[in-house]
Design a protein around this ligand. Structure first.
Ligand code: C5P
Length: 215
């Protein structure tokens, strides 16, 4: 059983996907972390985020693994580095390059083979797993999404401003929704869930009962 959860940043997607996977006894795949890993690799190598062919070359040599919830890039645990706001913006830039998407989509499909898994991202229901039996698309107002992300960073002791987060989020949304390959949009057969007024627990329960009704 493959469950896909797509939507923009700050809709609670990652937390919901992780909790849903836990409560169903399924595995969890954070595909955003894969784009972040390529971006982090690109930046650490000093490659320009506008040099598509150099980025493609870095993507080809980026070995991605997940072990016990941690993200490994060519054997090194980089989980801590991936959550920074500048890595998110860089991820949305490398995610526009068709060859980068091709490499990561193939890796995502390999990881999911033969598994019960919750796959979270932007294109899981539309492109990566078009035949998934359960598809969800989470939304929420931009202001609530930025507030949630601010809360996340603040609780980790990181200083970021609300205005800066909102601006960066709008920039990322624009890029994700307007790119030529696999733009962010709900699959025709996805259930839309507006999380603006819902708690994480309420969203998880709603998704869980939908999944269970299809088993
Ligand atoms: O989900 P997360 O915020 O970690 O994703 C970071 C960026 O990676 C997104 O803004 C998007 O540009 C890209 N991404 C994507 N396709 C996915 C997952 C993430 O293009 N399946």
């Amino acid at each position: 059983m493959i469950v896909t959860i797509d939507g923009p940043a700050g809709t609670g997607k990652s937390t919901v996907a992780r909790r849903l996977a836990d409560s169903l006894g399924y595995e969890y795949l954070d595909t955003g972390a894969m784009y972040r890993m390529v971006a982090f690799h690109v930046v650490s190598k000093g490659v320009s985020l506008t040099d598509s062919s150099a980025i493609e070359a870095v993507a080809e040599e980026t070995q991605i693994d997940f072990r016990n919830g941690d993200a490994y890039l060519n054997g090194t645990d980089v989980s801590g580095e991936l959550r920074q706001p500048d890595v998110a913006v860089a991820a949305s830039m490398v995610a526009q390059i068709p060859r980068v998407r091709e490499i990561l989509v193939q890796r995502q499909q390999e990881i999911a083979v033969g598994r019960d898994i919750v796959c979270e991202g932007r294109d899981q229901g539309t492109v990566v797993f078009p035949k998934a039996r359960c598809k969800f698309f989470l939304t929420a107002s931009p202001e609530i999404r930025a507030e949630r992300r601010l809360g996340e960073f603040t609780s980790q002791g990181k200083k970021v401003s609300y205005d800066q987060l909102l601006e960066e989020q709008n920039e990322r949304d624009r890029r994700d929704e307007n790119r030529e390959v696999a733009p962010l949009r709900p699959a025709d057969d996805a259930e839309l869930v507006d999380t603006t007024e819902l708690s994480i627990d309420e969203v998880v329960e709603r998704l869980k009962s939908q999944v269970q009704s299809k088993l």
